[in-house]
Design a protein around this ligand. Structure first.
Ligand SMILES: *Cc1c(COP(=O)(O)O)cnc(C)c1O
Length: 404
């Protein structure tokens, strides 16, 4: 059992007031809060070892390089990648997906197919549309059912030898649905397609095992898992990373440069042009340690309790509908109340210190599917409590009475 009050004390922002009320933070799907150890590690880096990496022979440069590379190995173990050079530091999920989509421009031919799902975040749709424009490849979309689950039989019939890459999220940011990615990856491999998993919403809740999943790429952001903004990881299988061309050119990513010809550095540096977010990369390792110390088993137990409690309490409100009711769900509740715009409820409860997300959650196709402008999304973290959920339910009831 987690001592939630003790954990809450690790997060200084959770004792702040917003609009004069104690903060209730239910926008974890957009970004998580940061524990003091993460905040301290960032300051410590700048106070003690700040220097550019992989460049100088001087002591600080070596200390910074070591810390950065130790963090890479930590991340490698966290996701169970076979090699540390399969773990690329990025600025976030968006960067990782664009890196892969850009690389596929040299692989795809006109008429090849890319499969995305209806549940994707815009950052896992738009880069593939841009790739289609560049190559003449065709974007195909895996549909969902009324519960917000991917229809696997439709997925199977969309797969063919024309499919070159399937790209799907592990957990939907808008609905919290957990997709059967392992099964989907095996089916894609059976037709020779590569698979990218957008793990942005999964990594706060679970420890992905990229070898067990057998995905070709797995992208995620640090800031949704207690780490700093502007950090992220792209895992890629060695054979794929060797096959893809570099994404950006610059320092750090070369072996030799002349005006006649430049040769590229080995993995992972081939994909890491320029000075990276050194502090961020190191501190992402601190965040991963923090989560592993709490334990993902404990995190999941706590979040399951919060999800069940929130679902039960919210459904007491007449006219309230929850979107995404599959069996496999992360601690996200996306809902609307009949006849009331989600934005109006969000603004009223914000005055009471409650932070939720309202809108389309960067996933407009899902909103179009349900014929709604958006939803109110409450996304819970292990540091949230049932009491906070009860306060939100009372606040939503109050807002409903004011608006109807
Ligand atoms: C947040 C999110 C992204 C984008 O992450 P960035 O950190 O903004 O790059 C992509 N996909 C999903 C599912 C997300 O939740």
């Amino acid at each position: 059992m987690l001592d939630i009050q003790k954990i809450r004390a690790d997060f200084p922002i959770l004792s702040e007031k917003v609009n004069g009320k104690p903060l209730i933070y239910f926008d974890n799907g957009a970004t998580s809060q940061k524990p003091q150890v993460v905040i301290d590690a960032e300051a410590k880096y700048y106070q003690e070892i700040n220097a550019n990496i992989h460049r100088g022979v001087h002591t600080l440069s070596q200390l910074a390089t070591d810390a950065y590379e130790i963090s890479r190995v930590k991340l490698q173990h966290h996701i169970n990648a076979k090699f540390s050079h399969e773990v690329l530091f990025t600025s976030g999920t968006t960067h990782g997906i664009n890196l892969v989509a850009n690389g596929f421009a040299s692989i795809l031919k006109s008429g090849d197919e890319i499969l995305v799902s209806s549940l994707e975040h815009h950052s896992n749709i738009v880069p593939w549309q841009m790739l289609c424009e560049k190559t003449g490849a065709v974007l195909k979309v895996i549909p969902i059912n009324e519960e917000g689950e991917l229809i696997i039989s439709e997925y199977e019939s969309l797969l063919s030898e024309k499919t070159k890459i399937v790209t799907v999220n592990h957990i939907s940011n808008a609905l919290g649905v957990i997709n059967p990615v392992k099964e989907m990856i095996a089916k894609a491999h059976a037709v020779g397609a590569a698979v990218l998993i957008d793990g942005a919403q999964a990594v706060p809740h679970l420890k992905p095992d990229v070898q067990d999943l057998d995905c070709d790429f797995y992208a995620f952001s640090g800031h949704k898992m207690c780490g700093p903004t502007g950090t992220g990881i792209l895992f890629g299988k060695e054979e794929w990373l060797n096959k893809l061309p570099p994404y950006q050119g610059g320092g750090e990513m070369i072996k030799e440069v002349t005006f006649e010809k430049t040769t590229y550095a080995d993995l992972p540096h081939k994909f890491e042009a320029g000075t990276p977010n050194i502090a961020g990369g190191i501190v992402l390792g601190t965040a991963v340690d923090y989560l592993n110390n709490i334990g993902f088993g404990n995190i999941q137990l706590q979040e399951k309790k919060l999800l069940e409690h929130a679902t039960k309490r919210l459904l007491e409100i007449e006219g309230l509908r929850i979107y995404g009711n599959g069996k496999n769900k992360a601690s996200v509740v996306s809902f609307n109340i009949d006849g009331i715009h989600p934005y109006d409820i969000g603004s009223i409860i914000d005055k009471l210190g409650i932070a939720v997300r309202t809108g389309h959650h960067c996933a407009q196709p899902i909103m179009n599917f349900f014929c709604i402008p958006g939803t109110i999304r409450a996304s819970f973290s292990f540091y949230n409590t049932k009491e906070e959920i009860d306060e939100m339910v009372e606040a939503v009831k109050k807002a409903k009475n004011m608006l109807s």
